[in-house]
Design a binder for this molecule. Structure first.
Ligand code: FE2
Length: 248
């Protein structure tokens, strides 16, 4: 079996198209998509149309949830920017997405952790605001009760693989569309991958062993950065252009 794992597209249709073209080369059985599909100032509508017309298995991320649970005025700026582009078909699609999914009885999918789409499963924020690998204890604790050989999460946009107790493999495929971001509230933090390319994972089962591999796909990230700039999202521009976060 061969699968593609994608997450955190954030309305970046250009990055998604590049990733889907690359996935095609690998001839996978299925694409598993871990959420935060549309939120942001880029191409939410076009991204939603691509996803709705695909056969991939998608779950809901925290931004997908807030875009259907909150009123427009209650939403954050990036959710509002995406929501403005959507029609009822897109919103209904978001509403139908589940928070978790079990694929083929062996792959558990969630966005943050099994408990919450807001949990940062494998990362912690350091005193200087940077993201770092969380403690082994934290990572193992979120996985209690999930006894499937492969566990997938997204949310932090940081590509990472950890081997859990019992041989289980925990994978965050990184972000298709948004490689660096920062916040000032409620805490000051930033995340940066140092590369603008779209990131995803190919997961292959060979001789009963699962083998994950990360793939970085170059695409026209300058065009995406230009869209962010035109929309007034200056804090997206550096991340999309370079993969590094620049404070604003
Ligand atoms: Fe998220």
């Amino acid at each position: 079996m061969k699968l593609a794992i994608i997450a955190d597209i954030h309305g970046n249709a250009l990055a998604l198209e590049a990733v889907l073209a690359d996935i095609k080369r690998h001839q996978v059985d299925d694409i598993l998509n871990l959420g935060d599909h549309l939120s942001g100032p880029l191409e939410a509508k076009r991204t939603a149309d691509i996803l709705i017309n695909s056969h991939m298995i998608s779950i809901s991320g925290n931004h997908d949830r807030t875009m259907v649970d909150l009123t427009f005025d209650e939403m954050g700026k990036s959710d509002q920017a995406a929501y403005r582009q959507l029609d009822a078909t897109h919103v209904n699609w978001l509403r139908e997405l589940k928070d978790t999914h079990l694929y083929n009885d062996e792959i558990f999918m969630c966005h943050g952790s099994p408990k919450s789409n807001l949990d940062m499963w494998m990362e912690q924020i350091m005193p200087n605001g940077a993201f770092a690998l969380a403690s082994q204890n934290q990572i193992e604790n979120y996985a209690i009760g999930i006894n499937h050989p492969i566990i997938l999460c997204g949310h932090t946009h940081i590509p990472r693989i950890v081997r859990l107790s019992g041989g289980r493999i925990l994978i965050n495929p990184g972000s298709v569309g948004f490689p660096a971001f920062g916040e000032k509230e409620p805490v000051d933090f930033y995340m940066q991958n140092g590369i603008p390319d779209a990131c995803y994972v190919i997961l292959e089962k060979i001789s009963n062993q699962w083998m994950p591999s990360f793939h970085y796909v170059p695409y026209d990230s300058l065009a995406a950065a230009e869209m962010a700039k035109i929309a007034g999202f200056d804090d997206w521009v550096s991340g999309l252009t370079t993969g590094w976060y620049q404070k604003h």
